[in-house]
Design a protein around this ligand. Sequence first.
Ligand code: V47
Length: 376
Amino acid sequence: MQTLDQFSTYDLRLNPIAEKVLAGERLSAEEGLLLYRTRDVLAVGWLANLVRERLHGDKTFFNVNRHINHTNVCVAACRLCAFGRKKGEPNGYTMELEEAWTTAASGYSEAVTEFHIVGGLHPDLSLEYYLDLLRGLKERFPKVHIKAFTMVEVSFLARRAKLTIEQTLIKLREAGLDSLPGGGAEIFASDVRSIICDHKIDGNEWIDTARIAHKLGFRSNATMLYGHIENDEHRIDHMMRLRTLQDETGGFQTFIPLAFHPENTPLSHLPVTTGLTDLRQVAVSRLFLDNFAHIKAYWQMLTPKIAQIALRFGADDLDGTVIEEKIYHDAGATTPQGMTRRELCRLITEAGRVPVERDTLYRAVERNEESFTVAV
Ligand code: V47
């Protein structure tokens, strides 16, 4: 059990924050800002690690998942994005359903427990395409959890099908949707959003869509894109809005801070984030989002090396095997496309943590050579 006399910092302004963290009290926006502004990043990390160990001990979660990006054709032209293509542009692609189902099955011998599916806002694909995609996957892989479509995609599909968000989500659920990923949140504040992704739903609509999903019983994740033109206030505002919704619905499972990758985007003049900025962001997320059970250090985005260190800065989850990643690699990521279960376990073990394979809902997965079962 850690106590206050074990906490040491040369920034005395952190002491009252440490007292609150040790007492399990909620941090204010001002305190969150101080965590971004202090030079003592290691003290911030120490506190975040304390919260992480209080919640999970040494357990570190990962899953065996496969990402599927069914199309990169997108009506939006977000400055943050290197992945989207306009209809008819070279390198634009849209998978036929058969191709998407084959992709789901390919590339890995280990049985996946999750498909993570996101894509562009395609101007022509009907809701039926999405429903058939889900039905076909469930038919072929009935045990695999389908985590698919960001709040932005759901809202776009609803508008195109002239349905409410609720009606759209119900149809998607009937076809096989199990939960929703956290993408598309970016930064909620409109002054930033209007520059980095002005074609997307605004921050309030993202929150409203998540609220509806949670009220229908879906679990979802939440992300924040940092390291571009936003400032500390924007990040705290973003996390504050998520914390408030989480108080209301309890529907978020994991928060994933995503570092901006500028290459091949219209914002390519911006520098990439540094290791300490990434680690500080993980730590502030853990400390500020006191009602989120999990903080994910997405190894594809952070690099395996920084993600491993993040397990000592508040993160308790690395995401999964992924197998094939397009969004970050189009934007210059140099990480491998996928990792094996064994490699993930090695990263975790060498950080002095205990690997726990989970399913999407954080239930432990037991494996033998041929099959897996989920503990309920
Ligand atoms: O919404 C796009 C981001 C997100 C870039 O829920 C970029 O478990 C950096 O949401 N540089 C998609 N980021 C990825 C995502 C995600 C990833 C892993 C796990 C989960 C989960 C969700 O990627 C987008 C956007 O915020 N993004 N372009 C870029 N150039």
